[in-house]
Design a protein around this ligand. Sequence first.
Ligand code: UD1
Length: 363
Amino acid sequence: MTKIICVCGARPNFMKIAPLVEAFGRTGGIETLLVHTGQHYDARMSKLFFEDLGIPEPDVNLEVGSGSHAVQTAEIMRRFEPVVMEYTPDWVVVVGDVNSTIACSLVASKLGVKVAHVEAGLRSFDRAMPEEINRLLTDAISDLLLVSDPSGLENLKREGVPDEKVHFVGNVMIDTLLKNRDRAEASEILESLDLNAEKYVVVTLHRPSNVDHVRTLSSILDAFEVICRDMPVIFPMHPRTRKNIATLGLGERVDSMAALRTPEPLGYLDFLKLMASSALVLTDSGGIQEETTILKVPCLTLRENTERPVTITEGTNRLVSPKTELILAAYREQLARPIDSGRTPKFWEGRAAERIAQIFAQQ
Ligand code: UD1
């Protein structure tokens, strides 16, 4: 019996861990323990996703909550270590690039437990992003590197990772999207927000580079003000962004734009439906760049770089610097001349978790 601890902690982890837990459950000879670090804890950032995706209740919740990077990472490590010592797994499986990913990898590695990283090899080459540090360090100590984007293969080769540790398996987040697409179709989110299909823009922003500084955030809001004259802008707000808007004194500005709507964060199915039916998505999320590629919805990513280049070369994604005029130019260009709806990147077809389970079955 191969014993595996599956780790999740923050919102983008849940749709990645869901198909893995399911595939491991279907594969003979694998026993799993699901550990939630509690990095995200609000019902709308966590519980709602477990319900929407039918993920079993975590076996262990470390309930770490928020903190500075050092505090949060250290607290996850302190609480995860005894769990690993007691369960004595053969593997710890981590996904993505959040603080929970590096914290749990480090604990496992120091205890001599093998680490598998799902979504290995992605690089933005921007070390100002906390996620880039998490990606580099997690990959450096992983024993199995499971790659979703072909660029990951090149990056890991360049960093000297031996080929036998690396497997190109595809994208587990897309497994979840394809599995739930029909269920999401039934969501009534358009009716409840009083929206017409393809007649609104969806926004998500939460990265420090976009929402921590008043100048950048104001210049993004200036662009929204213009877009709002054409159609509603739906901006389900991450708690971090909502807090920053208040602290930076931008609350009144946001409230003054009648067509800018800022509901609480949505569940998986409602948000999938909202994206799939929109005219355009503006985001700084990693996962949404991938999801819009499969949904064939144009995506403007308000960042200088992306660790997911296949969404640009084969998908519907385009990078736009977060400056008012550049955002508006890209938006207008997009409306006037819809971009090529793109191709489907290799292995983004719904079977990535199955491939990963097979790899473990053969270990
Ligand atoms: C984290 C990830 C980021 C990912 C994002 C998705 C890291 C370094 N960052 O960023 O890569 O894209 O999740 O959402 O791991 N908060 C709440 N309720 C919650 C969770 C957070 O109110 O349930 C607030 C707290 O004020 C907290 C802040 O959001 O301090 C930031 O949370 P944190 O988990 O540290 O990082 P995110 O910005 O969510």
